[in-house]
Design a protein around this ligand. Sequence first.
Ligand code: PLP
Length: 477
Amino acid sequence: MAPGTLMSETKDLPNTTASKILPGRIKQQESALLHRSLHKAPLEVVSASGHYLTTADGRRILDSTCGAAVACLGHGNERVHAAILKQLNTVAYANSLIFTSTAPEELSRFLVDSTHGHMARAYILSSGSEAMETAMKLARQYFMEKSTPESQRINFIARRESYHGTTLGSLSMGGHVARRALFEPMLLKNVTRVSQCNAYRGMSGHENTESYVARLAQELDDEFQRIGPDTVCAFVAEPVVGAATGCVPAVEGYFRAMREVCDRYGALLILDEVMSGMGRCGTLHEWEQEEVVPDIQTMAKGLGGGFAPVAAVMLNHRIVDQFIKGSGIPSHGMTYQAHPVACAAALEVQRIVQEEDLLANVRKMGTLLGQLMHEQLDDLPYVGNVRGKGLFWGVEFVRDKVSKEPFDPTEGVGIGIHELALEEPFSLSLYPGAGSVDGRRGDHIMLAPAYNVTEAEVRHIVDLTAATIKKFFEAKD
Ligand code: PLP
């Protein structure tokens, strides 16, 4: 059947294994895969190349989000494929709790060197959730490695609007109400939360950036005091908040002020760069733009560009030195950590980012993306806020632009816009997020194109996004 030809009913299909598959949509009752929704069939992608995904029903979808901000080089890359193949033919797997090999060594060296000497070691894992889970455990271990262990340091202070992963530890750290809801009774009790830094939602009319930052620093200080300053292990934050609120960067000076509060009480600063790091915001590490160095940082998505599941935690010298003086061994370990094939893929992705100077393109195209989004979206009805950094931009929707009252999340505005965008004539992927039930934030969509996106593609992405939003609200009104 030619691409684009649609069969209306399953009975039209021949009685083979393939007959269980509808072009474009996998029949849920026939699928053995536990999908995100068991009620709604997912789109089937049959090939992915450059910045486009092709679905079984013949749609060519412009991937303006790199999946979940992952495929930073786009889809398909011969150099990365060759590096993976080479690694498979050299050492596909070696138990990293016992052995090492070239690819993990080279990747960790690359990562450490990329921090201008600030970080000392990289722990390589497979997902962002694992990285955050690992960061929490190693932060705790650091205080226990001291000659006089600080065993009372069991608390983490995170932020209300945040997402740090889906495993119980990382989920406990995040403040994403909907993702936590079902598991609330099982989540860690040693995580408390302060406000995120969000100029649109958090800054009051009479404040300027400086006084806003001072207020947030005071709030963090108060939280240290409330739970006991010497019980705090770390303050945890995403430099640019991703899934929870849709690309919200902090205001100038915020992270410097938070660092000062942490230093005042000897607590660690953990920056979750899983989504906003590895070049997404225009520098390899977002913290380079904040004039702040974390004690621990995590990274994932752009690290391997989706060619392999790979993530990392980096620890600074203060922590590693203590481990060396102490037990000398992280009390942590996973079967697939520092997987050679994943490391080889990530290493090649990072070489390409460097050799093709893609971060310069992220900055240039990011500036254009932001400018076009402001031009085309700011004045649209129901667009409350357009914000972002590098190639990481979000749009927040509100029922009332003046009061900033969000839509009821059950109306499904973010997801509705995303679903409409996938349909023809738009054929565009957008990354949606729901507003909070407590009215603290609205639905949003995020854009996160590949680092090698062209100017024509950026223009096309914004045109399609604007057209989708207009059509969605016309139909809704
Ligand atoms: N931290 C942040 C900031 C994220 O955006 C995510 C995922 O979106 C995670 C952690 C969890 O990463 P993963 O889905 O790879 O487990």
